[in-house]
Design a protein around this ligand. Structure first.
Ligand code: ATP
Length: 602
């Protein structure tokens, strides 16, 4: 088969236009069908639909269409290369020097276009994937934060595991694999059609056991690849499970290492190194057993595949040899046959190799859509009705239950004004912290109405102080954003809570929760209150790590610095009573009593 290189450009453009039109139509039809009729298709659309919506932006669809056209362009170039092989080897066989140099010139043009196309395609694919990944990560993060889903997700019947992995690893894998699988399938299908056509025109009838098979080459290659694919599929099937296990066991091992690092001090105090070493090596051992299983399975799988590829090198030559030696075809035809054979084999192999990738892709889809669904359910879990009011706290008909339905607090009603203070007391496990969770609107097993200052006007200090990542400024200002002009106020707050030595370290960024003692962290939380000056402060045993003297000093400070704020404290010490105007006693079985008391402010 010869090619008229003078008309190659014109013909290629025409081919590209027709192929693009057919591909775009077929791809749209196949994608619509997949979205409507398959589970993975509708999952894909749940994740990607809003991104590809024309109303949001026309850009992603347009860039994807460009990627499809670039894929077809690459197939066309391969076809041209296959004709180049034919012309080049025919020139060599014919000892035709001018044709030889002419073909080298053609090669220079084709190679230049190929390099430019490869680079451009790489750039467009990467830009497309990165933009999509940014959008998806923002969406997943937003969904996770929305309605406190990151916290309330734990109360679902089936909480999702490893949200961090889903937001980072799975989102990235979803984008990359969507692009690779979609473009790979298009490229494989179009190549299959184009190179089957070439093989068709190069093949002749072949007598097999006395029966003449027309276009034998085409049937031979399909038969060869299908049989090889079937065997390889059977050999490679266990790899899917082994790879899955590998990821899971690696994650288990990494998690154990991370826990060791997080709890290093506790473990060191317990001298638990040998127990921890046992756990670590146990997990690592399971990983290695699986790694060996992977090695042996891969030996079989790769051994077969390598054998198939080696036979495939000579197979087309063997098939065409009789016609070549009889002079029916030229060397160029033989070389083009080998090249086209390779392309058809690669295209058919794509579907075999993608089986594993597609199985993983579906698992990614399950994890991501499961995450989206869980976030939606978590933010829709019931919570008390929160109504905003600028000052004070009003609780109307509040019921707080344990997840198992046991009533912790029943029919609670009270009203407090700005400047007053409530101390909640009760036995351990009676539901004091849970009552604060309900007042914050976090606890899903609660009903009733709560009126209080909204948003950052209410500050909850939990039992275990939370210090965010960042410099000390960010730690003090949390949850507000820190500004450089706040420095003086921050330093003053630090001095007031007896942390003067930190006043000069506002710009130091480190993991403060590992450096400061728990008592210091609790004092820092008081500095946060003084800095943010909320209307209402909820303090859940926020002074548990301090001695009574320091606790007294900090409560006095709050009362003198913020006399208009309402305080709601949970605490066991009797010394706290003096700073509170009311006392709520809960018994953990629904019962409660509210007492008024005289504050004995120091
Ligand atoms: N996420 C949860 N799932 C199931 N049960 C929970 C959950 N959180 C709290 N509970 C249960 O609710 C009850 C009340 O717990 P809570 O922490 O409110 O008690 P507390 O009065 O603050 O205790 P303490 O004084 O010891 O801090 C306990 O029995 C606890 O086990």
């Amino acid at each position: 088969m010869d090619m008229n290189w003078h008309q190659a450009l014109q013909e290629s453009l025409r081919w590209l236009a027709i192929a693009s039109f057919i591909t775009l139509v077929c791809f749209t039809a196949a994608a619509t069908l997949a979205v409507r009729c398959t589970r993975w298709g509708s999952q894909f659309w749940q994740l990607a639909g809003p991104y590809f919506s024309f109303r949001r932006s026309w850009r992603p669809l347009l860039v994807f269409a460009l990627l499809l056209v670039l894929t077809l362009f690459s197939v066309r170039l391969n076809v041209l290369f296959s004709f180049w092989y034919n012309g080049f080897y025919s020139a060599l066989q014919g000892l035709d020097q001018s044709a030889f140099w002419y073909m080298l010139g053609v090669f220079a043009v084709l190679a230049t276009i190929h390099v430019l196309r490869s680079l451009f395609t790489f750039y467009v694919t990467q830009a497309f994937s990165i933009r999509w990944r940014v959008w998806l990560t923002e969406r997943l993060t937003h969904d996770w934060m929305h309605g406190d889903a990151y916290y309330r997700g734990q109360f679902l019947a089936e909480p999702v595991d490893n949200p961090d992995q889903r937001i980072e690893l799975d989102a990235n894998a979803f984008v990359t694999n969507s692009v690779t699988l979609a473009l790979g399938a298009v490229s494989a299908l179009v190549s299959l059609v184009a190179f089957t056509g070439i093989l068709w025109s190069l093949s002749a009838p072949l007598a097999v056991a006395g029966v003449e098979v027309p276009r034998a080459m085409v049937f031979a290659v399909y038969l060869y690849v299908i049989v090889a694919t079937w065997i390889a599929f059977r050999l490679g099937r266990p790899l899917i499970r082994l790879n899955f296990l590998n990821e899971k066991l690696t994650a288990n091992f990494r998690y154990a290492l991370m826990r060791l690092r997080e709890n290093a001090e506790n473990i060191a105090f317990y001298q638990g190194a040998s127990v921890e070493r046992g756990t670590l090596l146990g997990r690592f051992g399971a990983l290695i057993v699986n790694a060996w299983a992977l090695v042996f399975r891969n030996l079989k799988f790769s051994g077969f595949n390598l054998g198939v590829s080696q036979v495939a090198v000579v197979f087309p030559f063997i098939l065409q040899a009789p016609r070549f030696f009889s002079g029916a075809i030229k060397l160029g035809d033989v070389m083009q046959t080998a090249q086209a054979f390779g392309q058809v084999q690669d295209s058919l192999s794509f579907f075999r190799e993608s089986y594993d990738a597609f199985a993983q892709y579906r698992a990614t889809l399950d994890r991501l859509t499961g995450f989206l669904d869980a976030n939606q359910q978590a933010s829709a879990l019931p919570r008390v009705t929160l109504e905003a009011q600028q000052h004070g706290l009003e609780i109307i008909d509040l019921q707080v239950l344990r997840p198992d339905g046991h009533a912790l607090v029943a029919d609670l009603g009270l009203s407090l004004h700005a400047g007053q203070a409530l101390l909640i007391k009760g036995p351990s496990g009676s539901g004091k912290t849970t009552l604060l969770r309900a007042l914050a609107g976090l606890w899903p097993y609660a009903e009733g109405k709560v009126r209080r200052p909204p948003g950052h006007q209410a500050l909850f200090l939990s039992q275990r102080p939370y210090l965010p990542l960042g410099d000390l400024r960010a730690v003090i200002a949390y949850p507000a954003a820190s500004k450089p002009e706040d420095e003086v106020r921050m330093q003053q707050a630090l001095r007031q809570v007896n942390l003067a030595h930190l006043a000069e370290r506002l710009e130091v960024s480190c993991d403060w929760s590992h450096i400061l003692s728990v008592g210091e962290q609790q004092r820092l939380a008081f500095a946060r209150v003084l800095f943010n000056r909320p209307q209402v402060v909820f303090l859940d045993e926020s002074t548990s790590a301090m001695d009574e003297g320091l606790e007294h000093a900090l409560y006095s400070l709050l009362r003198t610095e913020m006399p208009g704020a309402l305080l709601v404290s949970v605490g066991h010490r009797s010394t706290l009573a003096g700073f509170h105007t009311h006392r709520l006693e809960v018994d953990g079985h629904g019962g409660w009593s509210l007492l008024k008391q005289e504050p004995a402010l120091a």
